[in-house]
Design a protein around this ligand. Structure first.
Ligand SMILES: Cc1cc2nc3c(=O)[nH]c(=O)nc-3n(C[C@H](O)[C@H](O)[C@H](O)COP(=O)(O)OP(=O)(O)OC[C@H]3O[C@@H](n4cnc5c(N)ncnc54)[C@H](O)[C@@H]3O)c2cc1C
Length: 352
């Protein structure tokens, strides 16, 4: 079922066609949120100019495990085919430095951001959207802010690298430690994406996958580091990010994706939220484009729609994230998990 007010693409282009279009739309940020909203708006006949600070294709710090987004959301945005050949992921394991804590069902899709973002930008351009790469713009009225996590002081360091020649026991392997958590997910071409969020500062001098391995060893995940040392790491895919806070962001008025709120990465739900927030913004943006709503009304409606959709999962994820990063809580969690006293499957659904 479509969210209230959203008109299916085929019908709207025919019957609505936004004949009375008054406003063009500018989007800042060509990640998943900005591109998917841009594609949906262009498909509805709205002229969109999208500014992206970098260029395509590019690697991004991301676990590349997409979970939680419904087919209906992808169809509403008109991007379902861009994910059609993503690797279908079914099962997952949770582990600590000692060994396996649990196995669970974790349905999702694995696809590199290198491939996905490139596909989405091509789709946007093929629909007539104006894409301006290497263009960093400032927030302003009339600009939908999809510029990702705002820069701010934080203890977090995100690292990612692709590897081949790496056998996984499950489609997704998660490892927790009080120094951070890391996920290994199958993506395309028998590659594995390795992505972690760490609390400690990087060791001076270490670069690329060596830095990733250093962070794993500092987090007491030695067995995993030994395993990764034997794999073929693709150094060209290595990237890192620091200087961001998790949870609700204080951003521009009309914002979507990480710019609005960043769910802790262990959930594997951030990309889904990027798509879902684009869906929440679609009807308000159409109303603004047609002159039915002012900019303030459109941004207020979009913000309220995202707040009600994401409130529960964000709160649950922030609480679980604190527990995961607290050494005492993590020890208790490990004991309970080994005694099969933790409802991992229920928690998985709670954060999506
Ligand atoms: C360590 C880590 C692991 C993660 N793992 C997963 C996972 O496994 N599954 C999952 O679903 N999510 C995961 N996420 C979260 C996911 O990556 C994000 O939620 C998602 O990328 C958000 O998409 P977005 O479009 O909002 O932002 P982004 O993808 O960050 O895109 C924002 C874009 O805006 C551009 N930009 C920035 N400033 C400007 C400006 N002023 N003007 C123009 N352009 C600008 C940037 O260059 C960028 O391309 C992870 C995040 C981290 C940090």
């Amino acid at each position: 079922m479509l969210p209230t007010g959203i008109i299916p693409l085929a019908r709207s282009v025919e019957s609505d066609s936004l004949a009375a279009l008054k406003n063009e739309i500018t989007i800042a940020g060509g990640g998943l949120a900005g591109l998917s909203l841009g594609i949906a708006l262009q498909s509805h006949g709205v002229a969109v100019t999208l500014h992206e600070a970098s260029a395509y294709p590019r690697h991004r710090v991301c676990g590349e495990f997409i979970s939680g987004v419904s087919d209906e959301t992808l169809e509403t945005l008109g991007i379902e085919d861009c994910l059609a050949d993503a690797t279908q992921l079914q099962n997952a394991s949770w582990n600590d430095h000692v060994g396996r804590l649990t196995e669970m069902q974790a349905p999702g899709r694995g696809i590199s951001r290198w491939k996905l973002d490139e596909r989405l930008q091509r789709r946007f351009v093929s629909l007539g959207g104006t894409l301006v790469t290497n263009s960093r713009i400032a927030p302003a009225s009339g600009v939908i802010w999809a510029a990702g996590r705002p820069r701010q002081p934080s203890p977090w360091l995100g690292l990612k690298c692709h590897a081949s020649n790496l056998e996984l026991t499950h489609d997704l392997e998660m490892f927790t430690s009080s120094g951070g958590y890391i996920g290994l997910a199958k993506i395309e071409d028998d590659m594995v994406n390795i992505c972690g969020l760490f609390k400690t500062r990087p060791a001076r001098g270490a670069k690329g996958s060596a830095l990733l391995l250093t962070m794993l060893r500092e987090s007491s995940l030695h067995a995993l580091a030994d395993r990764l040392e034997k794999a073929d790491m693709d150094e060209s895919s290595f990237c890192g990010v620091a200087g961001f806070q998790l949870g609700k962001q204080e951003g521009s008025a009309f914002c979507i994706g990480d710019a609005a709120s960043m769910i802790p990465p262990f959930t594997g739900n951030g990309m889904s939220m990027a798509f879902e927030s684009a869906e929440c913004a679609l009807q308000p943006a159409l109303d603004y484009a047609s002159g039915r709503k002012s900019w303030l009304e459109a941004s207020t409606t979009s913000t309220a729609s995202q707040a009600s959709r994401f409130k529960r999962r964000l709160l649950s994820a922030m609480i679980l994230h604190r527990l995961l990063m607290n050494p005492a809580a993590l020890r208790i969690t490990s004991v309970l998990a080994r005694r099969r006293c933790l409802p991992f499957q229920t928690l998985f659904h709670l954060v999506r």
